[in-house]
Design a protein around this ligand. Sequence first.
Ligand SMILES: C[C@@H](N)C(=O)N[C@H](C)C(=O)O
Ligand SMILES: [Zn+2]
Length: 238
Amino acid sequence: MRPYHQIQICECGEPLVEIPLQLFAVESPHPYEKLGAPYGVHSPYYLRQTVVENLIQAQNYLQLLRPHWYIQIFDAYRPVAVQQFMVDYSFAQALNERGLTEAELSPTQRQELWELVYQIWAAPSLDEKTPPPHSTGAAIDVTLVNEQGQIVDMGSPIDEMSARSLPDYYANNQDPQAQQYHAHRQLLCDVMLRAGFQRNPREWWHFSFGDQMWAWLSNQSNPENSFTARYGRLKIDA
Ligand SMILES: C[C@@H](N)C(=O)N[C@H](C)C(=O)O
Ligand SMILES: [Zn+2]
């Protein structure tokens, strides 16, 4: 359980719609599809209607500040089966990077590795009260592309299981390169927040609107708020 799982979900029934990809930059091929993740009826490029509208707004704000820059979509809708696949894949990757096999792990090592995975991945829960954020169609992983069509360097790749994924990792670093990374992360965050999103406190790239994490973060930032979540897990694919 994460703190945001305390938030009540009042599902509003808004449809999942296709993201108009022609308006955005898109990571291609899709990072999880290329690993063989088991998508069902919908591709990853779907979100709830209002979330798509807000994402278009965020890009409009971006282009007021940086003409010809784009929001690049890395991932959006993710069935629970895909969440499970990516959690297992990330555990196997962490083992591999350490030159270990699962059989030789001590119980402590196993627990430490799972904790590392769950630092950035939500649990693939099928419980209606604790849906993984992307399985609600309300969460999106994004970065920026500049006027030359180059991916803007944020100082760490999306999905890296390290402290560099923390949004403020470079905030107090005086190195000019680090300051640039931080400024780029802030720019992304500013345009997304202006369009109504909230950012995951652990990941510079993950934003959501209307899910439990969004409601919890909105309530934390203003004690006068008492938002509930309007989007729960979609039952179409999972
Ligand atoms: C790991 C990253 N792609 C992500 O989406 N993390 C959040 C917390 C999630 O799994 O929902
Ligand atoms: Zn995410």
